[in-house]
Design a protein around this ligand. Structure first.
Ligand SMILES: [Fe+2]
Ligand SMILES: [Fe+2]
Length: 479
């Protein structure tokens, strides 16, 4: 397994998961492994990920999918001839044998996702989202839609994208939206058309790794166990593996896709890669992915984007913060806050819960300091990383001016705020709560890599962090 340079040790290392065996990282069983009596050398083990194949089979109900060459097993047996249909009837056969090369590189979706679809979709997204228009307007001399219009995709990339887009209309919209933002951000960094094209392909395909994950784990609103979350968190790695070996994509695009959930300060996933180890292209894609997610939920996208980019120092490159801030100012749909939209009582609960959690975690860290010398080096590094993250969250919280307000005065202080100020507090709280949840998930995943004693300590830390917020919510419910 290749070592990762400058990573914080969060979550997983490169090469731990292959697309075929992504399930190994989760708690789900391995439905594609044949459980028959056989020796290691003779037992046929499927090399095709069943979730990916299920998406292919589903798409085959509405589109023709065919073998673009003879599909041959690792032992030389022809499984499907060139031109044969890949559908439900071929499923078991493809799962039965290890193939001599990736299935994704040997199949074609006939009349699949046509790049000509991208720019009309991009125009629709621009019409819908003021923030998107604002970001594109920050480089008036560069047209991100022109990049999509000029894009040429290999048959394999087109087919992979067709399977991804076949899941739901929103999937292709997400991919195209991320591509527009990434291209707009890239337009100010490089004028090279080859760079722009590679960046657009990475942006369009950044989430194809999701095709290899149990769909039950990807449904909105599903509460995941740490094992299931770890499984989901592998999707950049899986997508990167698939694209790295695919004609028309390759290692350069794969490395950009790998970074699409990373952050400069090492608090992203899957690798927790730090600073200079992240390419500018990877950083642009990560910013675009975050912004598109934000535009796909709620309102006031410009204001939320401005907060999300600056709130916790160190997460994003200054260059992109400035661009997004400029784009957010040009967002013509930011609008005023809805005066009836926010409940002061619920905000009060969230503010006091967050304040208590941050104070509690500071105390916990002080209490832990004398014991750190007895901890293993990886555990010490993890505690240092989590503490630094808590400190940055604390600094971000203090930007609301509410961190020093005593509980008994909080209601009066919030009640005196304007709708716009309350809205700002809500946006900041939402961002910080999300980051706390993210830190908790990262710690849970990391705890699985430690021995029982260290894992218990990490889980204690997580429990300690949960208590004040839970108590505040219970107190609010009882009042
Ligand atoms: Fe995404
Ligand atoms: Fe993703």
């Amino acid at each position: 397994m290749a070592a990762i340079q400058k990573k914080t040790g969060f979550i997983v290392a490169r090469g731990e998961v292959s697309p075929r065996h992504a399930e190994d990282q989760g708690s789900a069983p391995l439905p594609f492994r044949r459980r028959r009596a056989c020796t290691e050398n003779t037992c046929p083990v499927s090399d095709v990920n069943p979730h990916y194949l299920d998406h292919v089979v589903k798409l085959s109900e509405t589109s023709d999918i065919e073998a673009s060459e003879d599909i041959v097993s690792g032992t030389g047996m022809k499984l499907l001839a060139k031109g044969a249909k890949i559908d439900a009837r071929a499923r078991e056969r493809l799962l039965e044998f290890r193939l001599n090369k990736p299935l994704e590189n040997m199949m074609r979706v006939v009349g699949g996702t046509d790049p000509a679809l991208f720019h009309p979709l991009a125009e629709q997204l621009l019409a819908r989202h003021g923030l998107l228009r604002g970001i594109c307007a920050t480089v008036p001399e560069f047209d991100p839609i022109a990049v999509l219009r000029a894009l040429e995709l290999s048959d394999n990339v087109r087919s992979l994208l067709s399977v991804y887009a076949g899941q739901a209309t929103s999937k292709l919209e997400h991919a195209v939206g991320v591509a527009v933002i990434t291209s707009a951000l890239g337009g100010s960094v490089s004028a090279n058309p080859a760079d722009a094209s590679a960046l657009a392909v990475a942006a369009l395909t950044h989430d194809v790794g999701e095709l290899y994950i149990d769909p039950a784990f990807l449904r909105r609103g599903v509460k995941l166990t740490s094992r299931q979350w770890k499984h989901v968190a592998t999707h950049p790695i899986v997508g990167s593996h698939v694209l790295g070996a695919m004609p028309g994509a390759g290692p350069r695009i794969a490395s950009v896709v790998m970074a699409h959930h990373e952050r400069l300060d090492g608090c992203g996933y899957p690798q927790g890669t730090l600073g200079t180890s992240l390419s500018m292209a990877g950083q642009m894609l990560a910013v675009a992915e975050m912004l598109m997610g934000l535009m796909e939920s709620g309102t006031h996208h410009g204001r939320r984007a401005a907060v999300a980019m600056r709130l916790v120092p160190g997460e994003f490159h200054r260059r992109f913060i400035d661009r997004v801030m400029q784009g957010a100012r040009e967002d013509d749909e930011t609008g005023a806050a809805d005066p009836k939209g926010l409940d002061v009582h619920s905000l009060e609960t969230r503010v006091s819960g967050l304040a208590a959690t941050l104070a509690h975690m500071r105390d916990e860290h002080h209490a832990l300091e004398p014991q750190l010398a007895r901890f293993s080096a990886p555990l010490r590094a993890l505690v240092a990383h989590a503490s630094a993250r808590w400190d940055r969250i604390g600094i971000a919280f203090s930007s609301t001016g509410l961190d020093g307000v005593a509980d008994e005065r909080l209601h009066a202080v919030l009640s005196a705020m304007s709708a716009s100020e309350l809205d700002e507090v809500d946006i900041v709280l939402r961002e910080l709560e999300w980051r706390i949840g993210e830190l908790e998930r990262a710690l849970q995943i990391r705890s699985e890599l430690f021995g029982p004693e260290d894992a218990r300590r990490v889980n204690d830390l997580i429990e300690q962090a949960r208590q004040p917020m839970l108590l505040a919510a219970m107190a609010a419910a009882a009042s």
